[in-house]
Design a protein around this ligand. Structure first.
Ligand code: IMP
Length: 424
């Protein structure tokens, strides 16, 4: 197949872990470039290479397609320790990406101090249930204008910047925190970054030229709309803009450079960490979904909370991102259930009907879901490769999603393997 003529974004529409990796993986062979533009190693997806699965956190999908150039944009945060491990595990499988990798000199570096603060905060009164990877504090340092950027590695000012962060962290955590010295942190960083020096550069310029020359770009979102710092269920969110705006600030490309947005959602909903989840189930259906869908975090191994498909949240997410088409993942996980729910709206504690998620966390309290039930199906959808081979009840369910979300479905995944799924 030839390269795509369009630049496409793949974005998560729920609370993350929608299976974006599978779709990006399927699509990336047709693109010249795959770009991560926000988030860090809080993200995680598993790719299967020569029959072996490996978990990737920061390396963009498409690593195993030799024709794919991999870019990490300025909106991302990078942990060089973890990045080094990912490069090693790819190398062990015969994949070396150093000659097709560009790291933005403007991306921010996650330091041990950020991780220490993240963990300390999680021990306090407002527990977000973060991944503990230092993501929030790294973005905080960026906003406070004393973050350490990837480009600083190439300058003589690196140590001084690390010292500033060390001093501030010591003030917050006190003497009992056994923090590594700035010298140790700086030395380790320089050592880990030394093979990557030629990969550090100007992402805006590279992508602008690629766009103008018609070299296709696939933008790979991390986390998802309901975890977006502005548009998600604040404060139970991550610290970056996972929605469409983050793509532009996180690359330096203008909106005109993007042709289409594919929004990805599971056929049900999951969430890890604390925060509102109106369609959550706590009964045997939740157990079924968790067991069959292997709903445990790729990054932390935590069991995911599971619930019905939340069409009210999805419709909102489609509007925020301007989604052109949906990818619905893991339909097969619902095989064998007697009935399946779609949340179409919420009822507030004072009886008001809401068709869109509220802004304030207080307004989520006591919210009840309004659920439409669909018949389940007895014939399996697992492995289905065409619309016509889906049981009629599954087709009805998917049509129900399209109708309430007001967006067409372009792809349905019916199992973890590449071949298990269908383009509608
Ligand atoms: P942080 O991004 O580690 O600060 O975590 C903030 C919130 O986002 C927590 O609820 C995490 O569980 C959630 N989160 C962060 N990254 C992901 C992801 O890739 N998938 C699902 N949830 C995530």
């Amino acid at each position: 197949m030839g390269k795509s003529a369009e630049n496409i974004a793949v974005l998560g529409l729920q609370w993350g872990d929608e299976g974006k990796g599978k779709l990006v993986d399927l699509l990336s062979a047709n693109f010249s470039n795959v770009v991560r533009f926000q988030g860090g190693n809080n993200a995680g997806h598993t790719v299967v290479i020569n029959g072996e699965s490996i978990a990737l956190h920061q390396v963009p999908s498409g690593a195993h397609h030799p024709g794919c150039f991999l870019v990490i944009g300025s909106g991302s945060v990078l942990d060089f320790d973890i990045f080094h491990e990912e490069l090693e595990s790819l190398r062990k499988r015969g994949i070396d990406i150093l000659d097709r990798l560009l790291l933005s000199d403007k991306a921010h570096i996650i330091l041990p101090y950020h991780i220490a603060i993240d963990k300390w905060r999680e021990g306090g009164s407002i527990r977000i249930g973060t991944t503990g990877r230092g993501i929030g504090p790294t973005y905080e340092a960026k906003a406070a204008r004393h973050g350490v950027r990837v480009g600083d590695i190439k300058t003589s000012g690196l140590l001084e910047k690390i010292v500033t962060l060390y001093k501030e962290t010591s003030l917050i955590l006190g003497n009992s925190a056994s923090l590594p010295t700035p010298e140790t942190v700086s030395e380790k960083l320089l050592e880990l970054a030394s093979p990557l020096l030629n990969c550090i550069g100007n992402v805006h310029e590279y992508l602008y030229d690629a766009w103008r020359q018609g070299k296709s770009i696939l933008f790979e979102g991390a986390q998802a709309t309901m975890l977006d710092i502005d548009h998600g269920t604040y404060p139970f969110v991550t610290s970056s803009n996972c929605t469409i705006g983050g793509l532009f600030t996180g690359t330096g490309l203008p909106p005109k450079a993007l042709n289409k947005v594919i929004g990805v959602a599971k056929a049900y909903t999951t969430r890890v960490g604390a925060g509102p989840f109106p369609s959550e189930l706590t009964d045997s259906i939740c157990e079924h979904i968790r067991d069959v869908g292997h709903e445990y975090g790729t990054t932390t191994g935590r069991p995911r909370r599971c619930g019905w498909f939340d069409a009210a949240a999805l419709r909102y997410a489609c509007r925020v991102n301007g989604v052109d088409a949906l990818g619905i993942m893991k339909l097969d996980v619902l095989d064998g259930l007697e009935r399946i729910g779609i949340v179409t709206a919420y009822k507030s504690k004072d009886g008001k009907l809401l068709h869109t998620p509220p802004s304030s966390i207080q307004d989520w309290e006591g919210m009840e879901p309004v659920v439409d039930y669909f018949d389940g199906w007895s014939a399996p959808t697992k492995g289905a490769k065409s619309w016509s081979s889906l049981p009629s009840q599954a087709q009805k369910y998917l049509k129900g999603i399209e109708k309430t979300v007001e967006t067409p479905i372009a792809y349905v995944s019916t199992g973890p393997d590449r071949e298990e799924g269908l383009f509608v």
